[in-house]
Design a protein around this ligand. Structure first.
Ligand SMILES: *[C@@H]1O[C@H](CO)[C@@H](O)[C@H](O)[C@H]1NC(C)=O
Ligand SMILES: *[C@@H]1O[C@H](CO)[C@@H](O)[C@H](O)[C@H]1NC(C)=O
Ligand SMILES: *[C@@H]1O[C@H](CO)[C@@H](O)[C@H](O)[C@H]1NC(C)=O
Ligand SMILES: *[C@@H]1O[C@H](CO)[C@@H](O)[C@H](O)[C@H]1NC(C)=O
Ligand SMILES: *[C@@H]1O[C@H](CO)[C@@H](O)[C@H](O)[C@H]1NC(C)=O
Ligand SMILES: *[C@@H]1O[C@H](CO)[C@@H](O)[C@H](O)[C@H]1NC(C)=O
Ligand SMILES: *[C@@H]1O[C@H](CO)[C@@H](O)[C@H](O)[C@H]1NC(C)=O
Ligand SMILES: *[C@@H]1O[C@H](CO)[C@@H](O)[C@H](O)[C@H]1NC(C)=O
Ligand SMILES: *[C@@H]1O[C@H](CO)[C@@H](O)[C@H](O)[C@H]1NC(C)=O
Ligand SMILES: *[C@@H]1O[C@H](CO)[C@@H](O)[C@H](O)[C@H]1NC(C)=O
Length: 561
C-alpha cells in the first residue's frame, strides 16, 4: 500500500517534469466549472514565432521574430441565451511568470481575439486571456448586436458586454492556466484601457474576488452619460449650422497650449495643469490662421463658441451641466475625437463627422431605433436622450459605484491612470469617480491610486508626452511586494516600430491630486521634476529609481522575481 502510494507520487513528480509544450493538445484539457455556462468546444494548438503589426506602446516590445505560445480556445454559452462565446487563453511555452492576466477590450469590443493587447501581455510572461463576450470582437466602433430587433435590446449580450463575460473568462482562464502548468497562478491581474478600463473598474466593484491587482487605463466609467457626451460637439454644430474646419479647431487648441503650457514651470508642448488654465477661445477670434494648400481662415465667433461648449461639456435646456467637460489641451479632432468635420472645396464648406460609437450609441443603445435621426436633435431632444441613456443603461454599464469596501477588505490593489489630453474619454470623468471614492473612504490610497498623465491622448499618443509604459510592473510591485506607487514612470517613446531598450527620457507621472512641478536643472532628466500641489508633501516619490532598473531587459522588474 505504502509502496503503491510512493509509486504514484513518483509518477506524479515525473509528470510535473514534462515540458508543458508537449501537452498543448485538444484532448489534454477538461472543461472548467463555470456557474451558468455550458461548454461546447475546446481547441488547442502551439503557435510559434507569431508576428503581427503592432501599434500600441506595449505591442512594440514584442520581438519582430514573433511570439510562441500555446493557443487555447474555449467555446461556451449560457443555455437559453443564444450567446456563443469564445475565450482565448494564451500560455507562454517557457518563461511563464506564474501570473494570470485578464485582458480588456476597446470600444464595443469586449476583447479582441488574436489581439495585440493579448500578445503584448503574453510577451511579458503572463498567461493571458481575452473574450469576445458573444459578439464580433474585431469591430470596436459598431455594435449591431445590441438590438435583437427594432426597439428591443439583446439583453444577454448587453449583460455579457457589461461585465459577466469578463467574470466567466476569469474562471475559464485561471482553470486552463492551472491545468496546463499543473499549478495555480500565484497572482492574477486585469489590464485594460478605455472599455478595458471600464471592465477593470467594474471588476473591482462587482467581482472583487477575481483579481489581486487591477490596472484601469482611461476607463469608460459612467459609460451611458459619457457616450451621449461624445456626440455633444456634433450636436452643438448641428444646432448652430456651423461646421468648422480641422485647421481652425486645431489652431484654437494649439493657441490654448501656447497660453497655458508654462503653468508647470516649463514649456514642453503640452499642458500639465489644465485646471489652472483660463484660456478663453473667444480671445483668439479674428486671428488669421494658415492652413494647407496655401489657404487661410480667420477664427470665427461661432467656432470659438463651439470650442468653449466642448470644454464646458453638455448642458441641459436650463443650463445645468449634464456631464463633465474636457481639459484644455485636449484635441478637438483626430480619429478618436468628437469634433471632426469633412470640408470639400473650401474651408467653409464642411459637414460634421460624428465619432462612430456616438452615432451607434444614440440610435441603437439610446433610442433602440437604427432610423433615429441624430442630426435633427434640439437641445431638449439631446437632454432627453441623455436621461434615456442613463436610465436604461446605467444599471448595466455605469460601473461608478464608489464603494470599494469589499475590494479593500480582500487586500486587493488597483491603479487607474488617464491621459490629460484624452480626446475620446475625458480625464475629468475618472477624476470625478476617484474623488467620490476618496469622499467615501479616506484610506483609499492604501488600495486604490489614480494617476493623470500630462499630454497623453486616449490610451497612448500625444506629441512629446510621457506614457506609463510600466504601470503593470508598478501594480505588481504593490500587489506582491507591498510597495505603493507615489509616481508612475512616464516614458518618452521612440517612433520606432519595435523597441526594447532605446528609451531616452523619463519623467514622473504624479499621483492624483498631486501635480507635476519642474524643480530646475536639465528638463530632459527625471530628477528635475517633483510632484506636489493640492496636498503638497513635497514628495518626489520614487524619483531616484533609474531607467536601467525599470527598463532592464524584457521583464524588467518581473524578470527579477
Ligand atoms: C502588416 O503590414 C504590412 C504592410 O502594411 C502588410 O503587408 C501585412 O499584411 C500586415 N500583416 C498583418 C499580419 O496584418
Ligand atoms: C523564433 O523565435 C525565437 C524566440 O524569439 C527566436 O530565437 C528564433 O530565432 C525565431 N525563429 C525564427 C525562424 O524567426
Ligand atoms: C488560436 O486558435 C484558434 C482556434 O483554433 C484560431 O482561431 C486562432 O486563429 C489561433 N490563433 C493564432 C494566433 O494562431
Ligand atoms: C501539462 O503538463 C504538466 C507538467 O508539465 C502537467 O502537470 C499538466 O497536468 C499537463 N496539463 C495537461 C492539460 O495535460
Ligand atoms: C490639399 O491639396 C491636396 C492635393 O491637391 C489634397 O489631396 C488635399 O486634400 C488638400 N487639403 C485640403 C485640406 O483641402
Ligand atoms: C491671412 O493673411 C494672409 C497674409 O497676410 C492674407 O493673404 C490672407 O488673405 C489672410 N486671410 C484671411 C482669411 O484674412
Ligand atoms: C461643398 O461640399 C459638398 C459636399 O458636402 C460638395 O458636393 C460641393 O461641391 C462643395 N461645394 C463647393 C463650392 O466646393
Ligand atoms: C444599429 O443596429 C442596426 C441593426 O442591428 C445595425 O444595422 C446598425 O449598423 C447599427 N448602427 C447604427 C449606427 O445604426
Ligand atoms: C475624511 O477626512 C475629512 C478631513 O479629515 C473628514 O472631514 C471626513 O469626515 C473624513 N471622511 C470619512 C469618510 O472618514
Ligand atoms: C516622431 O513622430 C512625430 C510625429 O509624427 C514627429 O514629429 C517626430 O519628428 C518624429 N521623431 C523622430 C525622431 O522621427
Amino acid at each position: 500500500m505504502l509502496a503503491l502510494r510512493a509509486a504514484i507520487a513518483a509518477a506524479c513528480a515525473c509528470l510535473i517534469g514534462i515540458s508543458s509544450a508537449q501537452n498543448c493538445t485538444k484532448d489534454a484539457w477538461h472543461y472548467p466549472d463555470v456557474f451558468g455556462a455550458e461548454f461546447t468546444g475546446l481547441d488547442a494548438n502551439i503557435v510559434r514565432n507569431w508576428t503581427l503589426n503592432v501599434t500600441s506602446p506595449e505591442g512594440k516590445l514584442i520581438p519582430s521574430d514573433g511570439l510562441s505560445f500555446c493557443n487555447v480556445t474555449v467555446v461556451y454559452h449560457h443555455p437559453g441565451q443564444d450567446d456563443n462565446t469564445n475565450v482565448q487563453v494564451w500560455l507562454p511555452l517557457e518563461g511563464w511568470n506564474e501570473r494570470f492576466i485578464g485582458v480588456g477590450g476597446g470600444g464595443f469590443a469586449s476583447g479582441k481575439l488574436n489581439g495585440e493587447n493579448l500578445a503584448a501581455t503574453v510577451n511579458l510572461g503572463y498567461a493571458a486571456s481575452v473574450t469576445d463576450a458573444g459578439h464580433d470582437s474585431q469591430t470596436w466602433y459598431r455594435a449591431p448586436w445590441i438590438l435583437s430587433s427594432k426597439g428591443n435590446y439583446n439583453y444577454p449580450l448587453l449583460v455579457n458586454y457589461a461585465s459577466l463575460a469578463i467574470h466567466d473568462m476569469t474562471a475559464i482562464g485561471k482553470s486552463i492556466t492551472e491545468q496546463y502548468y499543473g499549478r495555480q497562478a500565484k497572482y492574477s491581474y486585469f489590464n485594460g484601457c478605455s472599455t478595458g478600463g471600464r471592465q477593470a473598474i467594474g471588476s473591482a466593484q462587482r467581482y472583487p474576488e477575481d483579481y489581486d491587482g487591477i490596472l484601469a487605463g482611461a476607463p469608460a466609467i459612467n459609460n451611458p452619460d459619457l457616450s451621449v457626451s461624445t456626440f455633444w460637439a456634433q450636436s452643438v454644430m448641428d444646432r448652430l449650422g456651423h461646421y468648422p474646419s480641422k485647421c481652425e479647431l486645431d489652431a484654437i487648441n494649439r493657441l490654448s497650449v501656447e497660453y497655458c503650457d508654462a503653468l508647470d514651470g516649463i514649456k514642453d508642448g503640452f499642458i500639465s495643469d489644465p485646471d489652472n488654465c483660463n484660456f478663453d477661445p473667444q480671445s483668439v477670434v479674428g486671428q488669421n490662421i494658415s492652413c494647407e494648400n496655401d489657404t487661410s481662415i480667420r477664427i470665427s465667433t461661432q467656432t470659438a463658441s463651439i470650442a468653449r461648449a466642448i470644454r464646458q461639456g453638455p448642458t441641459s435646456v436650463s443650463g445645468k451641466s449634464l456631464w463633465v467637460g474636457t481639459a484644455h489641451g485636449t484635441p478637438f479632432t483626430g480619429a478618436l475625437a468628437h469634433a471632426n468635420t469633412l470640408c470639400v472645396g473650401s474651408l467653409t464648406n464642411c459637414t460634421g463627422v460624428p465619432f462612430p460609437m456616438a452615432a451607434d450609441w444614440l440610435k441603437n443603445f439610446t433610442r433602440r431605433d437604427p432610423n433615429y435621426d441624430i442630426h435633427k436633435m434640439t437641445l431638449a431632444d439631446y437632454e432627453e436622450n441623455f436621461y434615456l441613456s442613463h436610465q436604461q443603461l446605467n444599471p448595466f454599464l455605469s460601473t461608478d459605484d464608489p464603494d470599494l469596501s469589499r475590494f479593500r477588505g480582500l487586500g486587493k490593489k488597483m491603479i487607474s491612470w488617464h491621459g490629460m489630453a484624452d480626446e475620446c474619454i475625458t480625464v475629468y470623468g475618472t477624476r470625478l469617480y476617484y474623488d467620490r471614492v476618496l469622499a467615501a473612504d479616506n484610506d483609499t490610497g492604501t488600495y486604490y491610486r489614480h494617476f493623470e498623465a500630462p499630454g497623453v491622448n486616449h490610451c497612448s499618443g500625444g506629441p512629446g508626452s510621457f506614457y506609463p509604459l510600466r504601470a503593470l510592473d508598478a501594480l505588481v510591485r504593490w500587489t506582491e511586494g507591498g510597495i505603493a506607487p507615489d509616481v508612475l514612470i512616464g516614458y518618452s517613446l521612440p517612433n520606432a516600430t519595435r523597441f526594447q531598450g532605446d528609451i531616452d527620457q523619463t519623467r514622473p507621472i504624479c499621483k492624483y491630486p498631486d501635480m507635476l512641478k519642474y524643480k530646475g536643472g536639465d528638463i530632459g532628466q527625471y530628477g528635475s521634476y517633483t510632484c506636489g500641489g493640492k496636498d503638497d508633501k513635497g514628495k518626489g516619490g520614487t524619483a531616484e529609481i533609474g531607467n536601467a532598473e525599470l527598463f532592464g531587459g524584457k521583464g524588467g522588474f518581473l524578470g527579477s522575481t
